[in-house]
Write a protein that binds this ligand. Structure first.
Ligand code: MN3
Length: 200
């Protein structure tokens, strides 16, 4: 069965008031994410070793394999964007009490978490992602990965929030200002309700 582009959980115009315009979502979801899905399906079609495997299995088996780098890049980006759309909300920015308490426990304060996330997002050189993960030791941590990689591949932990810092995700709304895009995400777009639910 071929992989498919999941529908957005909101209208393409829904996030405009929170700093992500309709054109950004149309291009990012309809063109960029679709291109990863199409490319991945092409690789699966040509490689029997990938057939019948789940997306997570393909990410895991292609990670670090130079001959499978294009498979990893496209499967990783498909996985990352599935999470990314769930991580955005027209009414984002509000942190539920359960998650707030854990952020304070593990980072010292909500501000310290936001500062760490902003640093990760802005110091990722070139394309990549910033993450809030639940690490194996039970603590929340902020990490970053290049290009299509993610915490599933690296085994660092369970991804709760992933912010796309490829230029295609912010250039129409924030031009070259990645720090402003990241700050806006943390304050207005991030779906902390989703992250709190994933905490379990
Ligand atoms: Mn993207």
């Amino acid at each position: 069965m071929a992989f498919e582009l999941p529908p957005l959980p909101y209208e393409t115009s829904a996030l405009a008031g929170a700093g992500m315009c309709q054109e950004t979502l149309e291009l990012h979801h309809g063109k960029h994410h679709q291109a990863y899905v199409t490319a991945l399906n092409g690789f699966v079609e040509k490689n029997p070793a990938l057939q019948g495997k789940s997306l997570e299995e393909i990410v895991a088996l292609s990670y670090g394999q130079s001959d499978l780098a294009p498979v990893f890049n496209n499967s990783g980006q498909h996985w990352n964007h599935i999470l990314f759309w769930k991580n955005l909300s027209p009414t984002g920015g509000g942190i539920p009490g359960k998650l707030e308490a854990k952020l304070i426990d593990d980072f010292g304060s909500v501000q310290a978490f936001k500062d760490a996330f902003k640093t990760a997002a802005t110091t990722q050189f070139g394309s990549g992602w910033a993450w809030l993960i639940l690490a194996a030791d039970g603590k929340l941590k902020v990490t970053k990965t290049p290009n299509g990689s993610n915490p599933l591949a690296t085994g660092e932990g369970k991804a709760l929030l992933g912010l796309d810092v490829w230029e295609h995700s912010y250039y129409l709304d924030f031009r070259n200002r990645r720090p402003d895009y990241t700050q806006n995400y943390l304050d207005k777009l991030a779906n902390y309700e989703f992250a709190a639910a994933e905490l379990g």
